[in-house]
Design a binder for this molecule. Structure first.
Ligand code: SAM
Length: 332
């Protein structure tokens, strides 16, 4: 796993931590677990691309950039083995240690590395195929020269990229606003004050009127939180309701839970909300418009490649949700 040293040193980056925490918890392999039809749709595009890119009679080296838990890696692995008689060598990188660990263990890939796309630990012209699904756009634009650098002159590059102002963008932006609003209420901080006062009264450390003050500060925040729940149609609504119920149950039955248990629940739930908000924010910020896609592709064109495809993908006449770009020299 550490055969290639990690190039990730920005461990304080809240967006990277948000993804790492997500991959640690989720059992889903795709980043868009709520949209299975989308994954099926994307898979058919990737299958067509891979069929053209994998050469049956020569060795192939492929890399999946920002692989997450390996949705695309898994597809490429199966297709490479099925369609090539020669060696099919697959690499993948992601800044998330937990994602890469899962890919290595679940798919048995020994060349899965924790690395930043902006600084890839590979020699120039190392790969026949470079791919990414909702991945490279999370790295800064200047990282694009790395993608062109590691691609062989005879190679092919393809990427599915978040579409700015598209369907996924709007979905993530709505969730981002909702969780920003929830966190701005200081719900968890006010709850902690009220619970702390409650336990202090039980222990006889403070008079009941001190608890009434903390309780009175907490009540309007709960009302505002309820208003946010009522006013949203987000798929996250049921989660927010569940948190309200759990918090209410603990508050009503404070003596059945230890202070340590309640504090740990408040802290971990707040962290989960922050990580979710940061993950939504990273998706919104990663989305690209046409100009940014052109800038992303520029280093490939400078190396002599041609743009084969740059299309907007959408399902059922909905807004586009992504770009699908392909770069090659082959057959152009
Ligand atoms: C939307 S997920 C996509 C994962 C996977 N490709 C998929 O389709 O499910 C974005 C991934 O990019 C990774 N990531 C973000 N910034 C990165 C960077 N600079 N270099 C490498 N990976 C990065 C995150 O850890 C996350 O796993």
């Amino acid at each position: 796993m550490n055969e290639v040293p990690t190039t990730v040193n920005d461990t304080d980056d809240s967006r990277l931590m948000a993804w790492d925490s997500h991959w640690q918890k989720t059992t889903n392999t795709a980043a868009f677990e709520e949209s299975t039809p989308l994954q099926d749709y994307l898979q058919s595009h990737w299958s067509d691309f891979l069929s053209q890119a994998i050469t049956p009679d020569s060795d192939t080296r492929l890399i999946d950039l920002a692989c997450g838990k390996g949705t695309l890696t898994e597809l490429a692995l199966a297709q490479g083995r099925a369609e090539s008689d020669r060696s099919f060598d697959i690499h993948c990188v992601d800044t998330s240690f937990n994602a890469v660990k899962d890919v290595a263990e679940r798919l048995g890939i020994t060349t899965a590395f924790q690395a930043d796309c902006a600084s890839l630990p590979y020699q120039p012209n190392s790969f026949d195929i470079v791919v990414s699904q909702f991945g490279i756009e999370y790295a800064p634009l200047h990282a694009a020269k790395e993608f062109a650098r590691i691609l062989k002159c005879s190679g092919r590059f393809a990427a599915v990229i978040h579409y700015k102002n598209g369907a996924i963008y709007h979905d993530c932006n709505e969730k981002l606003q909702l969780f920003e609003n929830v966190l701005s209420l200081s719900l968890f901080e006010k709850a902690l004050d009220a619970f702390t006062a409650g336990y202090a009264v039980i222990a006889g450390k403070i008079p009941i009127r001190a608890f009434h003050k903390a309780d009175a500060d907490f009540a309007p925040v709960i009302e505002q939180y309820k208003q946010l729940i009522v006013s949203t149609n987000s798929p996250s609504k049921s989660l927010l309701i569940q948190i309200l119920k759990d918090m209410g149950f603990m508050y009503e039955n404070i003596e059945s839970h230890s202070e340590h248990e309640v504090n740990a629940w408040l802290a971990s739930t707040k962290l989960e909300f922050i990580n979710f908000k940061n993950r939504m924010s990273s998706m919104v910020n990663a989305a690209m418009d046409e100009e940014q896609v052109s800038q992303l592709l520029a280093p490939f064109l400078a190396k002599g490649f041609s743009k084969v495809l740059c299309e907007r993908l959408s399902v059922n006449d909905d807004l586009p949700f992504s770009w699908f770009v392909q770069i090659s020299n082959v057959g152009v």
